[in-house]
Design a protein around this ligand. Structure first.
Ligand code: PPE
Length: 312
């Protein structure tokens, strides 16, 4: 067995199919259906350190999306939401983590190969580990340099775009590899029509003349929970937010500000697109205000959003 990635150092256990197992024993067979055909669904959630202790941000919505993602694939998750909640809360508690990233996954396990998954058991796991700034700590302040990917986002007529399906993430992996290979931090992926969809693991927001725009859900992007959070926060702050926008590639170059949103990426400014400087080439004022409000929110310092937290 290879050395454990640094990311998981200090993690003792994983919850797998109803049990807490040692980290090193959280394994599957090589003939696991999902390994061959990508027949799994997953979530990415964050638990933040708040004044009242660790609290999971928008857990119920993430869990709902997990069950929804499972539907098109007939993945019958053999645990109810209460059981997965209890398991996750207990896992974070057992690990003694003040803040962490949470990765629930449900997938067709070891059964007969062939495309029909009906005779493969559904396995479920939840792993947690500390995960800092996704695109780097500096990215949150300085912004990231991104490039338009030559890979297009698949359409929902091909693979459901509102589901987080493991296999479908090859599209994101290709876009990331290309961007990183060309010296950029991240990609922006256009949809089949050539309009802006999202990042490989982030939704995208555009600021123009003090108003905020984000691609609508028919643009082949994920219905991101951080996207929903940013839309509501911005509206509560008095901004006009167009959440059903169609954004063209050209509009990215002339935007005043651009930023990514995502559980992992949180609120990350974009400072250039295809080497064209966005705005002043720094974190713009609207992005700054929303990012500050976002971190105040997730750290439990904003009144009025208690429903969005699950205490550990
Ligand atoms: N689009 C995609 C394609 C995506 O994967 C994510 C999350 C988002 C948008 C933002 O959605 P939300 O997290 O609900 O706001 N990407 C997850 C996985 C990242 C990874 O590298 O793995 C995440 O942020 O957890």
């Amino acid at each position: 067995m290879s050395d454990r990635p640094e990311m998981y150092e200090g993690v003792d256990e994983v919850w797998l199919d109803g049990e807490f197992v040692d980290f090193e024993d959280a394994n599957v067979h090589v003939l696991t259906h999902a390994l061959h055909y990508g027949t799994g669904v997953f979530e990415g959630v964050r638990c933040y350190e708040t004044a009242d202790g660790p609290a999971i941000f928008r857990w119920d919505e993430h869990l709902q999306r997990l069950y929804d993602s499972a539907k098109p694939y007939d993945i019958e998750i053999p645990f109810d939401p209460e059981e997965l909640t209890e398991a996750t809360v207990e896992l974070i508690d057992r690990e003694g983590l003040a803040s962490c990233y949470i990765r629930p996954i449900a997938f067709y396990g070891y059964g007969p190969l062939g495309l029909n998954p009906a005779n493969s058991p559904v396995q479920v796991a939840v792993a947690v580990w500390p995960w800092g700034a996704y695109l780097g700590e500096e990215a949150l302040e300085e912004g990231v340099d991104v490039a338009i990917s030559s890979w297009r986002k698949y359409a929902s007529s091909q693979i459901p775009t509102n589901a987080k399906t493991t296999g479908a993430y090859v599209n994101s992996v290709l876009a990331s590899l290309e961007a990183k290979g060309n010296g950029y931090t991240e990609a922006i992926v256009l949809n089949k029509e050539g309009q802006v969809a999202e990042g490989p693991g982030e939704n995208l927001f555009l600021v123009r003349d003090g108003e905020i725009f984000t691609p609508g859900l028919a643009e082949s992007n994920l219905d991101g929970i951080t996207r929903r959070t940013v839309i509501q926060l911005a509206r509560d702050m008095g901004y006009t937010v167009y959440d059903q926008a169609t954004i063209s590639r050209g509009e990215l170059y002339t935007a005043d500000e651009l930023f990514f949103s995502g559980t992992a990426a949180e609120v990350t400014p974009i400072r250039s697109v295809d080497d064209n400087v966005v705005g002043e080439g720094t974190k713009g004022p609207v992005t700054d205000e929303i990012q500050t409000q976002f971190f105040d929110l997730v750290e439990g310092d904003l009144a009025g959003y208690d429903d969005w937290f699950t205490d550990v």
